[in-house]
Design a protein around this ligand. Structure first.
Ligand code: ZN
Length: 441
């Protein structure tokens, strides 16, 4: 039994990333996406490694793949390792290479999904196939899941799996997936590796103001448009109070250590904004997750300048912290006032996973073994992933898709961005780290 991935795995991860990119799984949220060819591709590679993947669909063509790798310790909790198969749209005219070419040029794999997240799908496949060749088994059972529909509602993907196929995830207490363990260059020579241990919740709101419809030239004491405008203004101007969650507290303490700063998030009067100010670009890792937020994004009302409409509608993109939903609701009640109703147009839970656990320590150790210069920092994601759906099964989610990228390679800008690409070296690093973590987890 080898103690790390074999050489063929390093070739395979590049080939699989490229070939998965070539299978166009664009998800526009209109139901037209077909993940099935990508799912069949992944399932065939798993079957070659001696696993028994199940193909699961709620809607024809919207295919998910689930397989279990048996661990050596039957008493250990299982670990879910998941990646989505769909990608966001790409406009070929804007790109330097065709977004679905999967071209490998000068040591870089190009195309939609190169970092979000066919790279991770390929790394998972490369690792388990390497284990089959070398007779390696992980300690814990691993449940491998490749999902459909993450880039839209997840109703055909992780939501469907969690609701209808819970049995496949039996024993899973923790999960890993996208948006973590990537290189964050801070511009001062430090290389941070943020591992996600939480996600803000999503609260997309619909505001409805009602009033008295009438002629625009008459006195109107119940104008829906002005009522709505006032509420939207109050929401947009609201300064949400700082609420430090355990994940963010841990991040602040870790960052204080790295930068030689003082930070006691528990001390009365601790000024998080002043602290973030001192962090420079690194503040971006923490800033979106010290408060709830609510940004007005859409307005709809009226049809003629001399007619007062009876109704006016606005939409607001709200996000709340783990533990922050109740405060979010009561604050919205106050900000909208008696003349404007609000409701959740779409809602997703906030997540929080502990960072003082053996699993987190093993993720940290796996990263620093291959990136000794790296400084691991827990962080909370400002948006969401499939981990939200799997949390219904009691699975605590972490963002752990290891990639080491050079300075100047703006990894985060490539998420859903133009010219999405990933260096071959980054894939090799990720495969080694993932292998180390999964076999020791
Ligand atoms: Zn993603």
């Amino acid at each position: 039994m080898a103690d790390q991935v074999d050489a063929p795995a390093l070739d395979e991860v590049v080939r699989f990333t490229s070939e998965l990119i070539r299978i166009d799984t664009t998800n526009r949220g209109d139901g037209a996406c077909r993940e099935r060819p990508a799912a069949e591709y992944a399932a065939a590679l798993l079957a070659e490694a001696g696993l028994e993947p199940a193909l699961l669909e709620r809607t024809p063509g919207r295919t998910n793949v689930v397989a279990r790798v048996e661990g050596t310790d039957p008493g250990a909790d299982a670990l879910l390792v998941h990646g989505h198969l769909d990608v966001v749209p790409a406009e070929a005219a804007d790109w330097r290479v065709h977004p679905f070419s999967g071209e490998v040029r000068d040591g870089v794999v190009w195309g939609r999904g190169a970092v979000d997240m066919k790279n991770m799908d390929a790394m998972i496949l490369a690792v388990v196939r390497s284990w089959a060749r070398t007779g390696t088994r992980p300690r814990r059972d691993l449940v491998i899941a490749f999902t459909a529909d993450e880039e839209a509602s997840a109703e055909d993907g992780s939501g469907f799996l969690a609701d209808r196929h819970a049995g496949l995830f039996e024993g899973c207490t923790e999960g890993i997936s996208e948006s973590g363990a990537f290189t964050f260059h801070d511009g001062r020579g430090n290389q941070l590796y943020p591992i996600a241990a939480g996600e803000r919740g999503t609260g997309w709101l619909k505001l409805t103001a009602r009033g008295t419809a009438g002629h625009g030239s008459k006195v109107n004491k119940a104008n829906a448009v002005s009522r709505l405008a006032a509420a939207v203004h109050r929401i947009g101007e609201h300064r949400w109070p700082v609420r430090l969650t355990p994940t963010v507290r841990a991040a602040l303490v870790e960052l204080a250590g790295i930068y030689g700063l003082e930070a006691d998030p528990d001390a009365p009067g601790f000024d998080v904004d002043a602290f973030l100010e001192k962090l420079g670009p690194t503040a971006a890792l923490v800033e979106p997750t010290v408060r709830n937020s609510a940004n007005p994004t859409m307005l709809r009302s009226g049809y003629k300048v001399n007619v007062v409409p009876g109704e006016a509608v606005a939409y607001v993109d709200g996000r709340y912290l783990p533990g922050g939903e109740e405060e979010f609701r009561t604050t919205l009640d106050q900000l909208t006032g008696p003349d404007v109703d609000w409701e959740f147009h779409h809602q997703e839970v906030a997540l929080q996973a502990p960072v003082d656990t053996p699993t987190f320590a093993r993720m940290r150790a796996a990263v620093t073994e291959f990136a000794p210069e790296g400084r691991v920092v827990p962080y909370c994601m400002s948006g969401g992933t499939d981990a939200k759906q799997f949390s219904r099964l009691g699975i605590r989610g972490y963002g752990f898709s290891p990639l080491r990228t050079p300075e100047g390679f703006d990894y985060q800008a490539l998420f859903h961005g133009v010219d999405e690409r990933v260096p071959v070296e980054a894939l090799h690093f990720g495969t080694r780290v993932l292998d180390r973590f999964l076999r020791t987890a």
